[in-house]
Design a protein around this ligand. Structure first.
Ligand code: AP5
Ligand code: MG
Length: 244
């Protein structure tokens, strides 16, 4: 696949139901546009759970039950990740954010996968660093449910496989490290339905928040292979075309 250079900074959020393919699309975008990097709020939380940090111990119950973790917890975590990547000033804080004018350099581009998820989180992010594109990914629920059973992950890296769609080269093993793949603790049908319920409750105000700002772009498809080409075209128009 050809690699494409960005001409301006892309600061993107991926929004969509659990299992819609946010992680899959983020990885594909990073392959095609190497200046991009991504932060997944779910991966950050799972790292904390795995490492038994105080935040991880606090978050584990809500995650296993398919509920959202509290806004202030996720905000602390994301702000630290944004600072570590130097995407926001190290003096920024949740209560008193220093709204910086974001760099227009293409190297200051990023994808947020799974954050923000509520309008409270979105308002906080606006004051920390404004995004310039919100992608709403839509796939019918029956199709997504079929995928969840086949998902296997390499927990240390967050790499995602699917037994039918993108199986690992060796069954049960990560392609890069050869380490064992595992199931996510929240990937049974009942928990997935609860995650979907939470998504349905929170996504409407979240998407409205961005629609009012003229940042919302919606893409629909029955599979990631239908969605990716549309996403690439939109991306190239917005961030690689000097005339946009
Ligand atoms: P998070 O990790 O963000 O989970 P999620 O939103 O439920 O989404 P998933 O990661 O399950 O799915 P995805 O859209 O990334 O799909 P994927 O690409 O893997 O959050 C987990 C939990 O953390 C939340 O429940 C909450 O508790 C907490 N949390 C996180 N952020 C929070 C926040 N901001 N505020 C509060 N709490 C927060 O694809 C799914 C599967 O389908 C994969 O196996 C993939 O290989 C496969 N697949 C993809 N495309 C296709 C295709 N075309 N055909 C077949 N299979 C496909
Ligand atoms: Mg994901």
């Amino acid at each position: 696949m050809s690699k494409i250079k960005l001409k301006r900074a892309a600061r993107i959020i991926l929004v969509g139901a659990p299992g819609v393919g946010k992680g899959t699309q983020a990885e594909r975008l990073m392959n095609r546009f190497p200046q991009l990097s991504a932060v997944s709020s779910g991966d950050l939380l799972r790292d904390n759970v795995h490492n038994k940090t105080p935040l991880g111990l606090e978050a584990e119950g809500a995650m296993k039950a398919g509920n959202l973790v509290p806004d202030d917890m996720i905000l602390r975590l994301i702000l630290d990740a944004l600072k570590a990547k130097r995407w926001v000033s190290t003096t920024s804080s949740i209560d008193d954010p220093t709204p910086a004018t974001p760099s227009s350099s293409p190297s200051a581009s990023f994808i947020l996968d799974g954050f923000p998820r509520t309008s409270v989180q979105a308002c906080k992010l606006d004051s920390i660093i404004p995004v310039n594109l919100v992608v709403s990914l839509i796939t019918p629920v029956e199709i997504i449910l079929g995928r969840i059973a086949g998902r296997w992950v390499h927990a240390p890296s967050g790499r995602v496989y699917n037994t039918t769609f993108n199986p690992p080269k060796v069954a049960g093993k990560d392609d890069l490290t050869g380490e064992s793949l595992t199931k996510r603790a929240d990937d049974d049908e009942e928990t997935w339905r609860q995650r979907l319920k939470k998504f349905d409750e929170t996504s409407e105000p979240l998407l409205e928040h961005y629609e009012k700002k003229g940042l919302l772009w919606t893409v629909k498809g029955n599979s990631s292979n239908e969605i990716s080409p549309q996403l690439y075209t939109e991306f190239e128009d917005r961030f690689c075309n000097p005339e946009f």
